[in-house]
Design a protein around this ligand. Sequence first.
Ligand code: MN
Length: 241
Amino acid sequence: MSVMLPESSLNRRRFLTAVLAGSAALAFGDLAFPRAARAAAGGGPFTLPPLPYADNALSPSISANTIGFHYGKHHQGYVNNLNQLVAGTPLADQSLEAVIKASVGAVDKTAIFNNAAQVWNHTFYWNSLRPKGGGKPTGALAELIEKSFGGFDQFKTEFAKAATSQFGSGWAWLVKDGDKLAVTKTGNADTPIVHGLKPLLTIDVWEHAYYLDYQNRRADYVAAVLDKLINWDFAAQNLAT
Ligand code: MN
């Protein structure tokens, strides 16, 4: 998504208000500030989207301390690295999704792919969570889960299994694959959007996502995310668009 907004401070303020109001659709993606303005501000073409909630809003399941490092250091770091890697190249004028698709599998663009995909995956992850999340989906999403997995409990078991069994760093995903839903996992920066799949939700299972709060207990982190934080509204919105 690429939305060009007028440059007045009034419009910029309106934009920020809309993002901070928590619209996942606005908070996510390659939004808003004209590239030239951002580059002139020294930030490079890609920016760290605002968190859709306060840094302590997911506590105690995910602490503000974890968010501080994960969002403030890791996610920001991927943005910074990407900006350095594409500076002065044609990719600096592309959307984040276009950079990911242009760099996947290119041997001379591995670092660009890794950082771009990690920027995208993390923004998707923050939106996959919400305070007082968890519970069960409703409507068309609930029906499709029933049809694809045989029931919500079966889905949950399969998703947790993918998240806990991913060897090393990576991600577990609920995706739309054709007319059905599926659970999949990816290693390191790999992302379903380069595999013809439409992501609905993700859980980050890199150690930096849970080690400060759970140490080696990845299964406890995954259970807390599924029971208390997962954002079914975001999944339903992704299914509908
Ligand atoms: Mn992460």
